[in-house]
Write a protein that binds this ligand. Sequence first.
Ligand SMILES: C[S@@+](CC[C@H](N)C(=O)[O-])C[C@H]1O[C@@H](n2cnc3c(N)ncnc32)[C@H](O)[C@@H]1O
Length: 279
Amino acid sequence: MENITNEQYNEFCSFLEQQSGIVLGPSKQYLIVSRLTPLISQFKLNNLAELLDSAMDPKHRQVRLEVIDAMTTNETLWFRDSYPYDMLKDVILPEFNQSRPSAPIKIWSAASSSGQEPYSIAMTCFETNIPRLKTPQGVQITGTDISPTMLSLCKQGNYDYIALNRGLSPQRKKLFFTRVNEQCMTVNPEVKRLVNFKLLNLLDSYSSLGKFDVIFCRNVLIYFSPQVKSKIISQLASALNPRGYLFLGASESVAGLNDSFDMERYNHGIVYRLKESKA
Ligand SMILES: C[S@@+](CC[C@H](N)C(=O)[O-])C[C@H]1O[C@@H](n2cnc3c(N)ncnc32)[C@H](O)[C@@H]1O
């Protein structure tokens, strides 16, 4: 197992935070070693110190991208925490469908990892009794992530049985997936066509994405400092249409960071809604 000095660790932590917002905190050397060691031979380097130096050198763009990608935590599952999807189906989608019957409802999954979140949103649209929400004319879902590896998994939409068994009921598996082989199933094309994927770092501008009615930015702010969280939440507020909804992870909150939102409760969960005065 390779070692890195405290100086190298601190330098790399500052670099990672500046590039991605991710704060590693103290004593996470093991995480750097376990996640980055495979990249040493891939880039034909001699040791971890060389890899870290190379990533921090702007001339080596590909090393930088892959090192940041490898440092992301991509834990996710289908219909995570249930309540955002229940609320979407029972309250939010019917409400927007009624208030704006002809414009598409736009939904952003802002840290989509391997795709379970945006595809769960798409399946939820299919589970409404509103026919137009099963078409790209009725709903447009954008999935973004900083990780090119995750985006490529999202686009393929193939999942092995371990991933499929994390949060998917047998009925949903049957309705929305097709068997590829003994190991995996793929998301059906009618579900896939509701979702578009793009590479996006949440530290950058979101203006190219347009405005959304609903944003899922779940289980990613936990990795950031309070300053970065606050900046991202205010950018998310600017990316919402009037009275738009923001779902954060179950352990995340806008409290003390931003006052643009009302808090609404649903089935033991919370959603943030852009205040009337901000509309
Ligand atoms: C733990 S996963 C959460 C996935 C999903 N939202 C969920 O709740 O199940 C966090 C995701 O955030 C992404 N991420 C981390 N930093 C990011 C950044 N600066 N910009 C965009 N995505 C980022 C990671 O690549 C990872 O896929």
